[in-house]
Design a protein around this ligand. Structure first.
Ligand code: RAT
Ligand code: ZN
Length: 413
């Protein structure tokens, strides 16, 4: 048994550092997806989080920036954020954490020094290295059958790297049915604008085929703050009659990622999305009326974080995960993790990385492990002070649950 606070702290830090993580939502790909797998310093510097931050300091026309080559964009971001200013934001700091963890000298301000490192390492070697340094066991990709670059990979050999799992992402079906329909027709599905019986059957067949082909662990969509159910819309019909039906038949969760206002500044491209508070009663409606379905939820707005935990206390078919996108900052991760432990105990998944560039697994997890470990230690301390006995095995079990097992238990429930 652990004897005092000092020992407790050491055990918690050790277990959190040692646990091999299951990262349940990312945008990285295995090598099978060729150019879709992004890695290296130029990709890191042109991450859309950093592009948004670059424009906080630069007066350059958006258009001019996006017409430059990736190499030139990276140089400009480096100069602006890392040389002319001090890189203290979370996404800026992240680049330095990665370089440092790779053993590079972050006192060196010469971008070529870092580029040389990446030139001299093979992709295979680098993938292994990133998994080793970040101590990640496996990641779940975001797999979109409507994406013209991604679909052919699945139609041919698909994914062969076991460390990468699939999630079927279907934003297009819910957010732009006419466009999704055109693509489904090209893929051989007999669908029409009229959501009649035939079309409903064909959309279900499409979802089932793709879930099967990918071996998807869950289906997912990112949705706006205005998301509401039930309503008189194509979105609701497709959700109710197709998505939730197929998910139920396959015993597969549907992951709702709610709170994105797309393109508030369309000139910024991927970096142009914003956030808004969502209506949590839509989620409660789904959990209550579809008790045989399983839902995963992550909200983008800080304002939704408390109420969703109350909802999770009411519905066992709801699984809370991650600190998403604009919430993936130390101040908010700490607040949310604390609140989640206090309301849900250990029955959720505190974090996912959302990594878009392979290397980001390193910083996202390095930063999050520290915060989660600190909050977990506080929570153990409080019960330890009542005289409750805690063993190293207890800590290990809990840590393994919140960094991986909880997810697999929910999948298999
Ligand atoms: O965090 C991000 O990189 C966003 O651009 C989105 O990809 C978001 O995470 C999503 O999954 O839609
Ligand atoms: Zn994402």
């Amino acid at each position: 048994m652990i004897r005092n606070h000092e020992e407790l702290k050491k055990v918690v830090e050790r277990e959190v550092n040692n646990v091999k993580i299951t990262d349940i939502h990312t945008h990285i790909y295995s090598k099978d997806f060729n150019k879709l797998l992004l890695w290296g310093i130029d990709e890191l510097l042109t991450y859309h989080y950093l592009i948004a931050e670059f424009f906080r300091y630069s007066n350059m026309d958006y258009d001019k920036f996006f017409k430059m080559s990736k190499k030139e964009q990276a140089e400009l971001v480096w100069k602006t954020l890392f040389i002319e200013n001090t890189p203290i934001s979370e996404a800026q700091r992240g680049v330095l954490t990665i370089l440092n963890k790779l053993g590079l000298d972050t006192a060196n301000k010469d971008l070529e020094y870092y580029r040389n490192y990446f030139k001299n390492i093979s992709l295979e070697e680098y993938i292994d290295k990133v998994f080793e340094v970040s101590n990640v066991k496996c990641v779940v990709m975001t797999n979109d059958p409507f994406d013209d670059d991604e679909r052919p990979v699945w139609e041919k050999d698909g994914n062969k790297d076991e460390r990468f799992k699939a999630a079927l992402r279907i934003d297009a079906l819910l957010m732009n049915y006419p466009k999704a329909m055109e693509k489904m027709i090209k893929m051989g599905y007999d669908v029409s604008l009229n959501l009649n019986e035939k079309t409903i059957c064909e959309i279900k067949r499409f979802l089932d085929d793709w879930a099967e082909r990918m071996g998807a662990l869950y289906m997912a969509a990112s949705l706006p703050p205005s998301f509401n159910v039930p309503e008189d819309s194509a979105r609701w019909t497709i959700l109710d009659r197709c998505i939730l039906k197929v998910c139920k038949e396959r015993n597969m969760p549907f992951a709702l990622m709610i709170g994105v206002n797309k393109n508030v500044n369309y000139e910024l491209g991927l970096a142009g999305d914003s956030v808004g508070r969502a209506n949590n009663s839509a989620l409660e409606y789904l959990c209550r009326n579809y008790p045989e379905n399983k839902f995963m939820i992550t909200y983008l707005s800080r304002e939704n974080q408390h109420e969703v935990l109350v909802t999770a206390r009411k519905f066992k078919n709801l699984f809370v995960f991650g600190c998403w996108w604009f919430l993936n900052n130390p101040v908010l991760i700490e607040e949310m993790t604390r609140m989640r432990f206090e309301l849900l105990g250990l029955s959720f998944m505190p974090q996912h990385s959302d990594a878009r560039v392979l290397d980001q697994l390193i910083y996202k997890w390095e930063h999050s492990r520290k915060i989660i470990s600190k909050v977990l230690f506080d929570k153990y301390s409080d019960i330890f002070d009542t005289g409750f006995a805690i063993s190293e095995e207890d800590v290990r079990r809990d840590v393994e649950n919140i960094f991986g097992n909880n997810f697999f238990k929910f999948l298999n429930a």
